[in-house]
Design a binder for this molecule. Structure first.
Ligand code: C2E
Ligand code: MG
Ligand code: MG
Ligand code: MG
Length: 277
């Protein structure tokens, strides 16, 4: 993702806190406890229309803050959840928090229409979780729900899982997004296997527009043509500068997200920001 290589507990071996050194196993057990105790929160990053920076939706991102260790990188929270059988518990908190947040956000600005949540492909087989999700989606017919899957997660998915994904999202009127596109080498393969409605260009491609403008521009122009042929929308991740935004617009990308527009924020902070925006 935009954050680079997923953080692992071992990266934290030198972390310190008011209480002294935190070992990887302390960290892991704190995170595990946080997930089990329902202490995760959800932040929201706006998705904007590049032409006028109008906010059209939000992506829900998991957050965990511990008094002793501080903010834990989401990739690490997900990693711990995966290894300890708690991914379901994590995602259920994110889904509930995401819908609670979008309800309040839409009261402040009804034009914020879409809600994106990140999943692992295999989670479509988690019936209890998919029931919770379907219930929330049905209770919010005014929200356009986007089920995001990373390229990495798709690589590991069997054809059976993919079929279930397509049927489940179609039956509940959700959109499918292919996240972090262009980060791995199997990108073109995923476009064949996965009928995405939305392709999210990884931050690395956005960055190439600054460092390798000609080739990156040609590549993204080609992808926008492909998007028309294959009927998907393209959105760019990790837009940090006005120059990147301008170049993306010139090569035909109409939507995006990034620190240039807004960092992820709590629902409260986002509502204040929308009011001032
Ligand atoms: P992602 O789904 O690709 O989310 C976008 C990430 O890029 C977020 O990182 C966001 O804060 C960061 N970002 C957005 N704009 C910029 C920018 O302009 N510059 C930079 N440097 N970064 C930007 P975050 O919140 O740290 O999440 C990292 C990854 O963790 C996510 O990448 C996603 O793969 C995973 N993740 C987060 N929440 C969840 C969740 O609830 N479930 C699952 N399965 N994965 C999650
Ligand atoms: Mg990313
Ligand atoms: Mg995402
Ligand atoms: Mg992404």
């Amino acid at each position: 993702s935009t954050a680079g290589t997923p953080a692992r507990p071992s990266d934290w071996s030198n972390a310190t806190s008011a209480r002294g050194v935190i070992t990887p196993s302390d960290l892991e057990s704190q995170v595990r406890h946080g997930i089990e105790a329902g202490q995760l929160s959800v932040w929201f990053q706006p998705t904007v229309r590049l032409a006028d920076a109008k906010v059209i939706g939000v992506e829900a991102l998991v957050r965990y803050r511990d008094d002793h260790i501080g903010d834990v990188p989401p990739q690490l929270i997900v990693d711990v959840a995966n290894r300890t059988g708690l991914l379901s518990r994590l995602t259920e908190q994110v889904v509930r928090g995401a819908f609670a947040g979008i309800e309040r956000i839409r009261r402040a600005d009804p034009e914020v229409a879409s809600l994106n949540v990140n999943f692992e492909a295999g989670q479509v087989l988690d019936q209890a979780l998919m029931d919770v999700l379907a219930e929330h989606v049905e209770a919010h017919p005014d929200v356009s729900f986007v089920f995001e899957l990373s390229e990495r997660s798709l690589d590991q998915a069997t054809d059976d899982v993919l079929e279930r994904l397509v049927a489940f999202t179609r039956d509940h009127g959700m959109m499918l997004a292919l996240d972090d596109f262009g980060k791995a080498f199997s990108s073109v393969n995923s476009l064949v296997r996965f009928p995405a409605n939305l392709l999210k260009l990884d931050k690395s491609l956005t960055d190439y527009l600054a460092t390798q403008p000609e080739r990156a521009g040609q590549l993204i122009t080609g992808l926008t043509h492909l998007a028309r042929t294959m009927s998907f929308t393209i959105s760019a991740e990790g837009i940090e500068t006005p120059g990147q935004r301008g170049r993306l617009q010139r090569v035909g990308v109409r939507y995006g997200q990034g620190f240039l527009f807004s960092r992820p924020k709590s629902a409260d902070r986002l509502i204040d920001w929308l009011g001032a925006h």
